[in-house]
Design a protein around this ligand. Structure first.
Ligand SMILES: *Cc1c(COP(=O)(O)O)cnc(C)c1O
Length: 434
């Protein structure tokens, strides 16, 4: 019996019968688990059992979240949930590079992800390149060098909601025997399953739309075990570290120990184990709870966002509107292919005037909330160039198309007319009040 997305998001990966018949996924607030017998202890310590051993490595609450994420991505074989989206991005990129080579990314990705390439990966022996024109697939191909190990992109970018041709970019990656990692945070699995279009690994900030209520920081990595890690470029997966040996003391590789989940298995056994960004059981519970209403929330948020795009297009105070639903958007065709249910609830627009106009506008909103977050059930607003993207130098801001006049909206679940009225009265305050 194969259930559809909306059923799986409520039930997959959790059977009450295995948890004292608890209807709601229990929060296993425990550090460790009794070993009971030497046999059970050996099985746990030699990776012959997937039961929980110590909560830094796994926990029944985060296990349920991971199983649910696997179910929500057709084709997925493994997942690991983490303490934050940044942990998901960095662990995935550390795992694929393993101390050498280059990451090929775009300047449009999340500001923290782009800046981590400069600030963190350089210290781990890993270099990076940024694609000159992400809208041109040949630009990816041109930037691949001998030692490039991965292409890393976002399925919908923030704040300008640009869309990349994932399937074509995956083709370029695979032609060069490297994987494609897609940050699918803004789309969420409700709008897009990147595995359908050739992605090899999908990462999330579960802080955003997945949990959806602005009350938790969390992340996740999902794999589909399609990529050939034995092609010569990724010896880290066939290496046989001492700690992976069998009970018979035979050395084994990650692929031997985790045949279905070599990517997330390796992440769990070294990065999660030794760098330690484990998800708290309560955080995992909040993400599970959020996912129960994922489709309903995202569908209404997308519908609200599209109404706001149409409203902003009529306003004389607005220089431009960026969202695939906006008139004349260059992403309309890609949106039709990849996002038939809508291209998300993040959009940006240019506000006429100067920094003072922007200050008055941002301070005038009453329903929208001025804050550095996205994907909340409540509507959010911010001016990215001096806040969320402040870590990007002027050259990178330009490459990411972050302009001083850019205002970003993350549209929530309120009544669309109230949101539109709120923007209207804020335009009035910004442009007509002394
Ligand atoms: C927020 C975000 C991140 C980082 O996630 P945290 O949970 O804040 O660590 C990574 N990628 C994208 C696209 C994001 O929006």
């Amino acid at each position: 019996m194969s259930y559809s997305f909306d059923t799986l998001k409520l039930h997959a990966g959790y059977d009450p019968k295995d948890h004292n018949h608890a209807v709601s996924v229990p929060i296993y607030q425990t550090t460790a688990y009794t070993l009971e017998t030497v046999k059970r202890s050996d099985d746990l310590f030699y990776f012959d059992s997937s039961d929980a051993l110590y909560t830094r490595l796994s926990n029944p609450t985060s296990d349920a979240l991971e199983a649910r994420l696997i179910a929500l991505h057709k084709g997925a074989t493994g997942a690991v949930s983490l303490a934050s989206g940044m942990a998901a991005v960095t662990y995935a990129l550390l795992n694929v590079t393993a101390g050498s080579g280059r990451i090929l990314a775009t300047a449009r990705s999340y500001g923290g992800s782009v800046d981590s390439l400069e600030q963190v990966f350089s210290e781990f022996g890993v270099k990076y390149d940024l694609v000159e024109d992400p809208d041109d697939v040949s630009s990816f191909e041109k930037s691949i060098r001998e030692d490039t190990k991965v292409i890393f992109i976002e399925s919908i970018s923030n704040p300008n909601a640009t869309i990349l041709d994932i399937e074509e970019i995956a083709r370029v990656a695979h032609k060069h025997n490297i994987p494609l990692i897609v940050d699918n945070t803004i789309a969420t699995p409700y709008l897009l399953n990147p595995f359908d279009f050739g992605a090899d690994v999908v990462v999330y900030s579960a802080t955003k739309g997945l949990s959806g209520h602005g009350n938790v920081v969390a992340g996740a990595i999902v794999e589909n075990n399609k990529f050939d890690w034995n092609n010569g470029k990724f010896p880290q997966f066939s290496g046989k570290p001492y700690f992976l040996r069998s009970q018979q003391q035979k050395l084994r590789s990650y692929q031997e120990v985790f045949p279905e989940t070599p990517f997330t298995g390796r992440i769990r056994s070294i990065y999660l184990n030794y760098l330690g960004a484990c998800i708290a059981p309560f955080s995992a519970y909040l993400v599970i709870l959020g996912i129960e209403t994922l489709s309903e929330r995202i569908a209404k948020q997308v519908s609200n966002a599209e109404k706001i795009v149409e409203f902003l297009e009529t306003r004389p105070e607005v220089l431009w509107v960026k969202h695939p639903h906006a008139k004349g958007s260059r992403y309309a065709a890609l949106a039709k292919k990849y996002f038939p249910k809508g291209a998300g609830a993040i959009l940006s627009f240019g506000l006429k005037g100067d920094a003072n106009t922007r200050r008055k506008f941002l301070e005038a909103v009453k329903v929208f909330s001025l804050q550095a977050n996205i994907g909340d059930a409540k509507s959010l607003i911010i001016n990215p160039s001096v806040t969320t993207h402040i870590e990007l130098n002027p050259k990178l801001q330009k490459a990411a198309d972050i302009l001083p006049e850019t205002i970003r909206l993350s549209v929530g679940l309120e009544d669309a007319n109230d949101l539109i009225e709120d923007l209207k009265q804020s335009f009035d305050v910004a442009f007509h009040e002394k």
